[in-house]
Design a protein. Structure first.
Length: 133
């Protein structure tokens, strides 16, 4: 009988405890994340020994996943960009939060509040690589 060994299991996921700045404007996204993604501690319970590493998002990311435009807040005001993300479909009406974001971008409040982000080349938006050994 041949013994089958398994290689590592590698998953790309999101840490629902993480709160990217966009959730300050759209708390519905945090609620969706909590409903859709398991807690990081669950992976160790399910898979045994795991290593969990952040997957930073580059400042010029154009992929379109929910927190890809972390350094370009105006992108979230574009309905075409939002339409490419199922998270925005799932949370429904985000107009009120987007109006506050628009006001803050136009007034410079967003830039003052999140000034530290503007110096970064990459951002820990909460995406995680989970490797089970």
């Amino acid at each position: 009988m041949r013994r089958v060994t398994r290689g590592p299991i590698v998953l790309l996921t999101f840490d629902p405890a993480h709160r990217p700045w966009l959730t300050d404007y759209l708390p519905e996204l945090a609620q969706l994340d909590e409903a859709q993604f398991p807690a990081m501690a669950d992976y160790g319970r399910w898979l045994g020994s795991v290593e969990i590493k952040p997957v930073p998002v580059p400042d010029d990311c154009r992929d379109g996943f929910p927190y890809a435009y972390w350094r370009r807040p105006g992108a979230y005001l574009d309905s075409r960009i939002r339409s490419g993300s199922s998270s925005f479909w799932a949370v429904g009406d985000v107009d009120a939060g987007l109006q506050v974001l628009k006001r803050d971008v136009e007034s410079g409040e967003w830039q003052r509040r999140y000034n530290g982000l503007l110096t970064l080349d990459e951002y820990d938006a909460g995406y995680r690589l989970v490797e089970a050994h």
